[in-house]
Structures are given as C-alpha cells and as structure tokens.
Unconditional design. Structure first.
Length: 132
C-alpha cells in the first residue's frame, strides 16, 4: 500500500501547560514572535542548542513573571541544578510538538501488516528535521 507524505509523517500537536519542579513554575505556550523563533533556531549549531532554544522560546513566564527575553530563560535554566533542569526537560518533552514517523505498512502480497519506522530510511527526511 503506498502512502503519501501526509500519511507517513503525522503531527502530534503540543498540549502546552505548566512545568513544575522544586518550587518553580514555568508556563509554556505558543511562540510569541515567529520571526525571532526562526532566526534563533537557524543560528543554532548543535541539536542540543536547537532543543534548548526551542524550549526557551516557548516559555511564557517563570514563577509568575512574564519572560522578557530568551537570555532570561537560558540564564534561569543554566542556574538550575542538573536534576531540576532534567525534570523541566522531561516535562517539556511530553508537551512539545513531534512527528510520528512509525506507521503500519501492509504487504501487497500476503497482506501482513508491520509497523515501519520511516526515520530509519537514510535521506527519507531532510537532515535539518532531525527526526529521531
């Protein structure tokens, strides 16, 4: 059975909310400035830097105070101890936008269905997508 790209890559939309850990509350929402987001993401050099930047640009407030800059969020994150930062990122991972790239594929001959991970196919997705 042939699949279109819309069937292979299915978006899992974000369910933003709050991230709470050790007395801290981060309110997470949609990116406020799309141009700044794209510019900031394009400036990143590593996947980890891109991940942190993505996270920082989705944070709306820290402990009830509105965020005024990306640097404010990054400095807050850097000041956390490792365990607290890990807890924040674990919660972020549950709510951030993702693409489901594992889809059922049916053999046209025997009709057997197996789940296939399309991210395992080299060059199927552009490398800039960083599908994992």
């Amino acid at each position: 059975v042939s699949k279109t790209s819309a069937q292979v890559v299915q978006p899992i939309f974000a369910n933003y909310g709050t991230i709470e850990f050790k007395g801290n509350v981060l309110t997470v929402g949609n990116v406020r400035n799309r141009d700044l987001y794209e510019e900031s993401i394009n400036k990143t050099l590593t996947s980890m830097e891109r991940y942190i930047t993505d996270f920082a640009l989705h944070i709306q407030s820290i402990n009830g105070s509105d965020v005024s800059s990306v640097d404010e969020v990054v400095n807050f994150l850097y000041d956390l101890d490792v365990d607290d930062c890990e807890k924040a990122f674990e919660q972020w991972e549950l709510m951030r936008f993702k693409c489901n790239v594992i889809q059922p594929v049916e053999c046209p001959n025997c009709k057997k269905v197996n789940n296939f991970d399309f991210s395992d196919m080299p060059t199927f997705f552009p490398s800039s997508w960083e599908i994992k």
